[in-house]
Write a protein that binds this ligand. Structure first.
Ligand code: ADP
Ligand code: MG
Length: 233
């Protein structure tokens, strides 16, 4: 039993490449935990936006031309206050103007910094033959290096997602390993199931979804998607 769809987003409302803030709104509709953030047009507005969020902050560039934000110098982590946010955006704008002069900058996403024990990747693709598949594996910068990924036809139940997780090479880290604390496997399995329903529900126009990383906390502390990208056909 896979349960029912938890979501309320319809495919009709979505088109093209959805940036981080828009993709996270769809994830939130499906009950996938994501961190809070606000898109601001410039440094001064970004500093003001921080007032409505909890420190420490993270700033990221919003640009359709910059997919790998950190490679482009478009991510600033661990900013302690509004002043630091404002300064980080000013420095980022100058860096991007020099390094990526042709990139259209739509704004700067100010968001809450999240702490976690492990970075995982959760995603979905459309297989031309089988339809939507859900994927989960070791995330962050390790995703390509480790190739530690489980793939299944969507949707999957939380119990099936748990089996996917237990088959990964990082499973010992999730379960607790040589004195390291067990992590929130249940929360991560729930998120994988919700992502699989999202891909299933969006139907033929669903292209691909990457949530990378999902930061996983200790058992009982949950998990949070801090970066996301959704492509609709
Ligand atoms: P990109 O993948 O486009 O380079 P990300 O948004 O994934 O950019 O940020 C790069 C890295 O910064 C992430 O893999 C993660 O380690 C860290 N990071 C990003 N946002 C947060 C956040 N809100 N809290 C904690 N760490 C973050
Ligand atoms: Mg990322």
């Amino acid at each position: 039993d896979k349960g029912g769809s938890p979501g309320k987003t319809s495919a009709e409302a979505l088109s093209g490449a959805l940036d981080e803030a828009r993709a996270k709104a769809v994830l939130a509709d499906y009950g996938v935990p994501v961190n809070r953030g606000v898109v601001a047009p410039d440094a001064a507005a970004a500093g003001k936006a921080a007032a409505g969020l909890k420190a420490p902050f993270v700033v990221k560039v919003v640009s359709p031309d910059i997919v790998h934000k950190s490679d482009a110098g478009g991510v600033a982590l661990n900013l302690g206050d509004a002043q630091a946010v404002e300064a980080a955006v000013a420095a980022m704008a100058a860096r991007l103007a020099a390094g990526h002069p042709k990139a259209v900058i739509e704004g700067y996403l100010v968001q809450e910094m999240v702490s976690g024990e492990l970075e995982m990747f959760v995603g979905a693709r459309r297989d031309p033959l089988f339809g939507p598949v859900v994927m989960v594996g070791a995330g962050g910068v390790l995703v390509e290096l480790l190739k530690d990924v489980a793939v299944r036809l969507a949707p999957v139940s939380p119990a099936e997602a748990r089996e996917m997780l237990l088959g990964l090479r990082v499973a010992p880290l999730l379960k607790g390993f040589r004195g390291s604390a067990p992590l929130d496997l249940g929360a991560l399995a729930d998120a994988v199931s919700r992502v699989s329903w999202l891909a299933h529900d969006l139907g033929d126009r669903f292209g691909e979804l990457d949530v990378n990383p999902v930061l996983v906390g200790k058992a009982g502390q949950g998990c949070t998607g801090v970066d996301a990208r959704l492509l609709m056909n």
